[in-house]
Each structure stands twice: as structure tokens, then as C-alpha cells.
Design a protein around this ligand. Structure first.
Ligand SMILES: C[S@@+](CC[C@H](N)C(=O)[O-])C[C@H]1O[C@@H](n2cnc3c(N)ncnc32)[C@H](O)[C@@H]1O
Length: 244
């Protein structure tokens, strides 16, 4: 296992289609590291760990969920507790592990399956377990082109795939206007920070089937790139973390 060395994080250059934005802030991992440093979460929950790059930014008690861990970093020295679940997030939440152990999540990072219906369920389940004042961060909500924002990952034509998780933005805006959405300009594809969480609010859960049916066929071209850029301006990640 490799030891993490602190070094500037390089972000891959992603191809920009007309009208899209390329977030110009630091790499999302640097922002995550600052969020851990400033918020000092009692419990951190991560969905989608892969090699462990995002988990390596955590310093507190952590829960990591991924059906196919490919951990390639020495994560264990920095973490006082690490609970790893080799399962899909749906299967993990169905176990009731969090409520059974009275675990309240202070900071979460959702980066599992990149289809909006999976992310929406991850959001609903994570918010239910969130602590007052908790923060849920979501990766990849600012795609740079149509190909990476498609529901199918065309691996022959693009290395980077955000999928259609960008839809979480208009969905939360419409159904949960009480939430505070900050679309951070983290390279390469943004980081959404959601605060003002309400674990008792079941609007999304109650309307899940209708929301999924309504949004499944909508592509970024249907929604409109210009409208997306206008509706969801980017916030400088450096200013956001400094203000915490
Ligand atoms: C983009 S990678 C995560 C990268 C990591 N967070 C980082 O920043 O380095 C996505 C991960 O989500 C996992 N995944 C896919 N479907 C999932 C699901 N239903 N529940 C949880 N994780 C899932 C994949 O196995 C993969 O390792």
C-alpha cells in the first residue's frame, strides 16, 4: 500500500462543450480535506470509495461503502475508526446499521453509482441519518460536456463520466427549497455542498417514484445547458471553506 504524500492535486482536463463551464477551483480532494479540517466531523460517511482517494482526506471516525473496494492507499493510520461495507449503498442502508448504532452523520460524500435515481436514494438515506448542522457533499454535479453527462458511459469516447447526477440540483431546488445548495467550483466536475438538512423531512422519499419517472428521460440538452448554467451558478470553493 502506498503512503499518501501531501502534494498539489492535479485535475484532469475535461473537454468543454459550448455553453458548459469548467470549474476553476482546486481539485475536489483538496476541498474535502479542508472540510474535514474545519468541520471536524464526529462521523464521516462516504458512498463510493474506489481506491480511497477521497477517504484519505478524512481524519475522524469514518464509514465507507462500496461494492468493489480497490483500496490502494494506506488509510488506516489517519483514522481512529473505519467501518467498511463491501455492499451497494441501498443494501447498506437496508441493514439499519446507522440507526441501530445511533450514528449521526456530520459530513458525507456521495460518489457511488452515477445515475441520479441512485444518488437520490443515497441522499434520502443519508439525510435521514444526518446530525443537526450536518453537511452532505455530492461529487460530479457540474459536467463539462454532453457525453460525460449521459446516462450511459461511452468508455470508448470519454474517460470521465459524471452520469446524470446533475439532475439532483433541479430536483432538490424544486422539492426541497428549504435546503441550502452551494455548487462549489471544484475541479474537475464540481462539488455540491448541501446544508440545512432535515432528517424528518420525507418529501423526497414520498415522491421518489414520480420524480424518477419524470426525470429519467430528461437529458442535459432537453433541460438546456444555458438554463443549467444560469440556474446553478458556481461558488468559489476557497471562499466557502474559509467562511466555515
Ligand atoms: C468514482 S468512484 C469513487 C471515487 C472516490 N470517491 C474518489 O474520490 O477517489 C465510484 C465508486 O462507486 C462504487 N459504486 C458503484 N455502484 C455503487 C452503489 N450502488 N453503491 C455504492 N457504491 C457504488 C464503485 O464501485 C466505485 O468504486
Amino acid at each position: 500500500m502506498r503512503q499518501m504524500k501531501p502534494q498539489p492535486l492535479k485535475s484532469p482536463q475535461v473537454e468543454l462543450d459550448p455553453g458548459f463551464r469548467r470549474p476553476e477551483g482546486r481539485n475536489y480532494l483538496a476541498t474535502l480535506a479542508d472540510l474535514h479540517e474545519r468541520l471536524k466531523p464526529g462521523w464521516y460517511l462516504e458512498i463510493g470509495t474506489h481506491r480511497g482517494m477521497s477517504l484519505a482526506q478524512a481524519r475522524g471516525r469514518s464509514i465507507a461503502i462500496d461494492p468493489e473496494f480497490k483500496i490502494a492507499l494506506d488509510l488506516f493510520k489517519a483514522l481512529p475508526e473505519l467501518h467498511m461495507f463491501a455492499a451497494t449503498s441501498d443494501d447498506f442502508f437496508a441493514t439499519g446499521y446507522l440507526s441501530r448504532n445511533a450514528i449521526a452523520i456530520d459530513l458525507a460524500f456521495l460518489d457511488g453509482m452515477h445515475l441520479f435515481e441512485f444518488l437520490l436514494r443515497d441522499f434520502v438515506n443519508t439525510e435521514r441519518a444526518a446530525s443537526p448542522g450536518g453537511c452532505i457533499t455530492i461529487h460530479d454535479c457540474v459536467p463539462a460536456n454532453h457525453l460525460m453527462a449521459a446516462r450511459e458511459w461511452d468508455k470508448a469516447r470519454t474517460r470521465h463520466w459524471t452520469g446524470d447526477v446533475w439532475k439532483i440540483l433541479p430536483i432538490l431546488r424544486q422539492h426541497r427549497p428549504d435546503l441550502m445548495l452551494s455548487v462549489l467550483d471544484c475541479a474537475p466536475t464540481g462539488l455540491l455542498a448541501v446544508t440545512g438538512l432535515d432528517p424528518l423531512n420525507d418529501v423526497l422519499h414520498r415522491n421518489l417514484a414520480e420524480i424518477v419517472a419524470e426525470w429519467s428521460p430528461v437529458s442535459m440538452a432537453d433541460y438546456g445547458v444555458e438554463r443549467f448554467v444560469r440556474d446553478f451558478p458556481l461558488v468559489a470553493e476557497s471562499a466557502y471553506v474559509s467562511a466555515l
